[in-house]
Each structure stands twice: as C-alpha cells, then as structure tokens.
Design a binder for this molecule. Structure first.
Ligand code: URP
Ligand code: ZN
Ligand code: ZN
Length: 462
C-alpha cells in the first residue's frame, strides 16, 4: 500500500513548509515538492497542516484502581485517541506487590493484544523492589519498557519509600532507563485527609483541598534530590502547580537533568471549576488535584521556556453514573482520574496556538516530538522525515468542534471540557501508513496497533 499526501503545510517541531509526502510500507519514503509518484491513494491536503501523530505518554487503560477499573480498555481508549489525532500512547503496566515485573508486563500485553488500534508502549509501575528483583528492571529495558513509574503518594496502595525510589534510580544509571515520578507527599496528605474526614468534610471538593501544592512541591524537590544523589535524570509526571514548577526550575538552573510534563486539565481547569452542587465535583477528582487558577499562567510560561517539556493527559476515566459514585459518602472513595485522551491535541491547539500562548512548532514539539525523544521513540516517531513511521495527522486549523460527552468516543459519560468550542481539529489520521480516521469515521481495526519496543532515554537525547 502506498499513499501520497500532496500540497499540505508540513509542520514539525522545527519546520513549516509546503510539500508532498510519499508513504510506502508503513514508512515515509520521500518528501519533496510536486511529487508525481504512482500511489494507491492520494490525499490533497491543501490548506491543512500535516503534522506527526500525537504521542500521549501518560494513559491508564483498563487499569484496576480505586476499587474499580478505568472505563476505557485498549480498544475504546486507543480509538478515542485516534479520533483526537494521537497515534501512539504509553500506558502503565503494574508490577503488583510481591510479583515480578514480567507478570505485570504479560498482563498488560494481553490487555492490549487484539484491541489497540494505534501503537502503544508501556511504562512499568514499581510497587516493591527487593534486592533480589532489581534485575527485573534490566529485563524490562531489554523488552523495550524503558521507563518506570514510582509513586510518592497513595500510601498502602502504590506508594513506595525513599529507599525503594533510590534503589530504582540507581539502577537506571546502569541501563539508561528513566524514572517517572508521581510526586505528592502521600503520608502528609493522608494525615490531612483523616483530619478532614473526622471534621465531616467528605464532599468531593475536599479531595482537592486536602492535597496542598506544598505537598507536591516537597515531593518534587525530594525526587530531584534523590535523582541527583543517584546521578540520573528524573521525569515528574502530571505536574500541576507553581510550587512544583519552581523546584524543576531550580534544578534545571543548576544544570540537573530534571524534566516534567503537565496535563491538559491543569492548563485549562482550576478550583474555580469546582464547588458545584451535589456530587458534580467528583468528575474533577484526580491527583494531583486542580489548583488555584493563577497557577495556569505559570504552567504556560513553563511550557514556553521548556521547564516543562511535554503535555500528556493522565487519561484515567471513570464513569460518573456508577464508578465515581463509589465515593458518594466520602471523597476518599472516589476513584481518582479523568478522561482526556481524545481532546489533548484540540485543546492544546485551540487554547495554545490560537490563543498565541505557544507557536505551531512548539505545539507539535510538546505533543509529539518531545514525547518521542524523552521516551526512546525518536526519530521513528514524533517527526516527519524519510524513514520515520508514517504516523501523520492532517489537521484542519479552521474546523470547529464542540467537545461533548454526547459525541466523544471515550467510554465515559461525561467530559471534563463539556461544551467547550475549539477551532482546529483532525481531518485525517494515518497510523503506520494506514488511514484510521477520515471524515469523522473510524477506518482502522481492533488489534492493528503494535507494541512499541522503545529505546532508552539516554540514547534518545544523545
Ligand atoms: O488521579 C489520577 N492521576 N489517576 C491516575 C493514577 C495516577 O496517579 O496517575
Ligand atoms: Zn500519578
Ligand atoms: Zn497517571
């Protein structure tokens, strides 16, 4: 199968020019002006942007959490991703306490197999790390699972102590893998939560009010210090506030390899969106929580100056009608997480590029190129170049769309951005040379997505 995309404005992290792209056997084989190759299909992309497919490096599909399982599996979640212009994800496999990482990886491989419609990789969540199992980390790297998530939050569930964190960090020095940190001080938050519950403060908004920004800032600072002691890089996930961002800035000013992502929800939603009557606020319960609105401009500034390198979603959807309801008596029982995999590219284009907060190139960089580089997929993914996978989105900058649970493809009964009008949306989505979305129709098939055996962080940035 070959495909010729003609006359589009090709936008990468560095470039912006009009040209044609010839695709053969899943790869980009030629880029030029007025290409006249014979192709099985031809798309005229005049007036459209032609960008590398989005890469969302933080998703939780089919994940058991908070007494239930996230609502999107690898079929519905990756389909929704494709509708939003994302052609690769990195999801999280979990090593359950007392088990081996390989068991976790096998379990998550089975979840994705036969279902994923776009390519996917895995980070491995480490929940314990006895000395005897340290080499599991090397096994994972050999399998292409080159990043590990550790939690400083969720005591008695996913949280690990500083000693475990330090062991994992030291091990990455041997392999070039990257530790991704959920940085919130779980023990302190636990005490604050217990006090709130004892005071009868059980409504959903208390989830946010019991997780102060200082608890995130402290944990980010500690994570950076531990990585400095181990002599390795660190990547902070879902950074939500200025207190945490300042710690990243301090570290980077010292020349330390400290990196961080923020998520769409922290850039567009705040505590001002909470305080709704009844149980409505449960829709916005995730960790870290929403912050005071002034933090948003700090995060945008952080993206602009590259203190923050990536925007992901932390897509972890739970239906309002029967899953979020688990916490109707107390916010402590609300499954933490929100849906966003489908809206990332639209929100970042409309709220970022159209609002002139970031350039077109930077939009591509933070949603595709930097994710590919950070997580060992570049230049196979994250760019438009001969030899790269033909993961391409044809983006109509003038197409208007109203985000709504009534029309979205995520298997969840609400949208965090319900009713928001965005300008700029997907026209065609190509995954490894195959058109998977066209004219708002899904043309791919379940199971066509491949596992991405990733390289290491070190190799990607060298
Ligand atoms: O609330 C969240 N973020 N849920 C997903 C799990 C995590 O911490 O990333
Ligand atoms: Zn997390
Ligand atoms: Zn997450």
């Amino acid at each position: 199968m070959s495909l010729l995309i003609k006359n589009g404005r090709i936008v990468t992290a560095e470039q912006n020019y009009v040209g044609d792209i010839f695709i053969e056997k899943e790869k980009i084989s030629l880029i030029g002006m007025s290409l006249n190759m014979e192709a099985d299909s031809v798309i005229d992309a005049k007036g459209k942007y032609v960008i590398p497919g989005g890469i969302d490096v933080h998703t939780h599909l089919d994940m058991p959490f908070g007494g239930t399982t996230s609502a999107d599996d690898f079929l519905t979640g990756t389909k929704a991703a494709a509708f939003g212009g994302t052609t690769s994800i990195i999801d999280f496999a979990i090593q359950a306490k007392g088990t081996r990482m390989r068991d976790g990886l096998d379990t998550w491989m089975k979840k994705a197999d036969g279902k994923a419609v776009i390519d996917y990789g895995f980070h491995m969540i480490i929940t314990d790390l006895p000395e005897a199992h340290l080499e599991d980390m090397s096994d994972m790297v050999r399998e292409g699972v080159t990043s590990f998530k550790l939690f400083m939050a969720y005591p008695n569930v996913l949280m690990v102590d500083d000693s475990t964190i330090f062991s994992a960090l030291k091990h990455t020095a041997k392999t070039g893998a990257l530790v991704c940190m959920h940085a919130e001080n779980g023990n302190v938050i636990d005490q604050i939560v217990k006090q709130a519950v004892a005071d009868g403060k059980t409504a959903p908004i208390y989830h946010a009010l019991t997780r102060p920004t200082t608890a995130e800032g402290e944990a980010v600072n500690r994570a950076i210090a531990l990585s400095e002691l181990a002599g390795v890089p660190i990547y902070i996930v879902h950074l939500s506030c200025n207190d945490a961002l300042e710690k990243i800035d301090e570290a980077r000013d010292k020349g330390l390899p400290a990196f961080a992502e923020t998520c769409v929800q922290y850039l567009f939603l705040s505590l001002d969106d909470m305080g709704k009557p009844g149980f409505e606020d449960a829709k916005l319960v995730f960790s870290p929580p929403l912050r005071e609105k002034w933090n948003q401009e700090k995060l945008w500034a952080g993206l602009k100056k590259n203190s923050l390198q990536i925007v992901s979603t932390d897509h972890c959807p739970f239906r309002f009608k029967d899953q979020k309801q688990l916490g109707v008596e107390s916010f402590t029982k609300i499954p933490n997480g929100g849906p966003g995999i489908e809206n990332r590219m639209q929100m970042m284009f409309d709220g970022g590029v159209n609002e002139k907060r970031i350039s077109l190139n930077r939009w591509v960089e933070i949603t595709s190129t930097a994710p590919a580089k950070m997580f060992g997929m570049y230049p196979r993914k994250g760019t438009i170049a001969p030899g790269s996978d033909a993961d391409i989105v044809i983006w109509d900058p003038n197409k208007e769309h109203i985000i709504s649970a009534k029309t979205h493809h995520m298997a969840v009964d609400y949208s965090m951005f319900e009713g928001r009008k965005v300008k700029g949306n997907v026209e065609t989505v190509i995954s490894r040379g195959e058109i998977v979305i066209q004219n708002e129709k899904f043309l791919g098939k379940a199971g066509r997505g491949n596992f991405i055996k990733r390289g290491t962080f070190g190799a990607a940035w060298s």
